[in-house]
Ligand binder design. Structure first.
Ligand code: ADQ
Length: 466
């Protein structure tokens, strides 16, 4: 049987982004802030890129917070190669099933490896024997492997926020042969869904050095490691409260006119063009005598330095302009597109005001917007969530109206169904969704991950399955 021993030290968190200061407003950074405040520890993230790079960490907090914040340096060239290049033009598209958008450039992997190695050396320089290390996301897939090479024996977990590709897709990664070794360097490799666990397992199965035990624990070169799913949640109570008390700007809609909402980073994985076109297909068939619906899409630019992101922005603007060109009236703009960041409280209020949310990515690790929308609704008169089969959230939120975003006509059917759904069905669906969003919230997620990491088996005595 595997034996376990629980660690009882500081928590060291590594994520690409670091909150600038104060208590973060929401989402993942809020959860990690809470976890670090409880356990005490260190949060490490990237500094703004510059020219003067030193090898260790720079402490940036003033010592008054319950945990320390440190940055590691990045050169402009590393920002280009490690961040914009390998992380966001290789791993991101590949892991979102878009190998057509892969942009493999000479030197980018070397930059990724160099940054991962430097971060590992910096962590090795500060780690104490009982510390637990929690790494976040695809920017740092090699850090644990580097830490092991430096002799670090601490518990190391990684949580991957994005989907994991299939065995066939991963073959497009030039470093595919190294991947099982990177994964195996962790005690716990956490992903969002059971679908992702199955995908990771497929990749590990083809590595001759990996073997799986009866309980699903993996073993590679006598190191034990686990691959498990931990569907990330939100601060549901906080979000519901923000939605109840928010003041939102006047929207100048027709009286009682339905509002549909989409809130996404402007990313090709989010299915924004498919969504607008499906809304257009719905408008085409809509009864002209019915109240004129407005679709509000909030989508701030993200990763604007990567070519594929410039293209998706142009496509989205073209699609929105096209639908408005066909259907707009003097007193009605069917698609309202807002290309900027909006305060979380205002977003919460807009969700509550909305009748329908369109959360229809083509690929997404989880999608927190689906959960935020559910938390923000009035349970006595809730709106309807339209959710893509390709969002990780679908494993928990199956009471939503589920759509295939590639199938325009059934997508338009779902919009029609959502806009005409009676109160009883809306309440029934919402109650099921709400239970999940509140029970499996962000505190639950953090606890599940850290409990599993602290209890992960480290040594094995027994027979391996052949
Ligand atoms: P993201 O791809 O960033 O995260 P998502 O889960 O949708 O995606 O979270 C986006 C967050 O940003 C939400 O909290 C949303 O409210 C906020 N947001 C979006 N547009 C905004 C705007 N205009 N103004 C203000 N806030 C805005 C990655 C993965 C996801 C996974 C998360 C967490 O890609 O699949 O759910 O990590 O693990």
């Amino acid at each position: 049987m595997p034996d376990t021993d629980a660690a009882d030290g500081r928590l060291i968190v590594l994520s690409n982004r670091l909150p600038k200061g104060g208590i973060p407003a929401g989402g993942l950074v809020f959860a990690l802030h809470e976890a670090l405040s409880d356990a005490g520890g260190i949060w490490i993230g990237a500094a703004d890129p510059g020219t003067d790079v030193k090898s260790g960490l720079t402490r940036i907090d003033d010592g008054t917070q319950p945990y320390e914040r440190h940055t590691f340096d990045l050169t402009e060239r590393e920002h280009e190669g490690f961040y914009l290049g390998y992380s966001n033009a290789v791993l991101w598209p590949l892991f979102h099933h878009r190998s057509d958008l892969l942009h493999i450039r000479e030197g980018d992997f070397a930059s990724y490896a160099a940054v991962n190695a430097r971060v590992a050396r910096a962590i090795a320089g500060i780690v104490e024997p009982d510390d637990v290390i929690w790494i976040h996301d695809y920017h740092f897939l090699m850090v644990a492997h580097e830490l092991r090479a430096l002799g670090v024996q601490n518990r190391i977990g990684l949580f991957l926020h994005i989907p994991f590709p299939s065995q066939n897709e991963i073959m497009a990664l030039p470093q595919v042969a190294l991947l099982p070794g990177w994964i195996a360097a962790h005690d716990l490799f956490g992903v969002q869904t059971t679908r992702d666990v199955a995908a990771v397992n497929e990749v590990l199965k083809v590595d001759k050095r990996c073997q799986v035990l009866a309980d699903g624990t993996w073993i590679r070169d006598s190191r034990l490691f686990q691959v498990r799913s931990f569907p990330i949640g939100i601060d549901a109570d906080g979000f519901a409260e923000a939605a109840r008390t928010a003041t939102i700007p006047r929207l100048t809609l027709q009286k009682h006119a339905p509002l549909l909402i989409g809130v996404d980073r402007l990313d090709y994985s989010k299915g924004l063009v498919h969504r607008i076109e499906a809304f257009g297909a719905y408008l085409e068939r809509r009864d002209p005598g019915s109240l004129a619906p407005t679709f509000l899409q909030i989508a701030p630019t993200s990763r604007g330095d990567v070519a594929a992101y410039q293209e998706i922005r142009e496509e989205l603007e073209r699609a929105a302009g096209h639908i408005n060109g066909i259907y707009a009236e003097l007193d009605w703009t069917p698609v309202r597109y807002v290309n900027r960041h909006i305060d979380r409280d205002v977003i919460a209020g807009l969700y509550r005001r909305a009748d329908v949310a369109l959360v229809t990515p083509l690929a997404d690790g989880m999608n927190l917007v689906a959960k935020e929308f559910v938390a923000a609704q009035d349970p006595e008169d809730p709106g309807v969530l339209i959710l893509s089969h390709f969002a990780g959230a679908v494993e928990q939120l199956s009471a939503a109206l589920l759509v295939n975003p590639f199938d325009q006509s059934s997508f338009a059917d779902a919009i029609e169904r959502a806009l005409t759904m009676d109160l009883e069905e809306r309440k029934e669906r919402h109650a099921a969704l709400r239970k999940n969003v509140f029970d499996e919230d962000i505190a639950w997620w953090t606890q599940c991950f850290l409990d599993r990491l602290n209890g992960a088996p480290r040594s094995f005595e027994g027979d391996l399955k052949s």
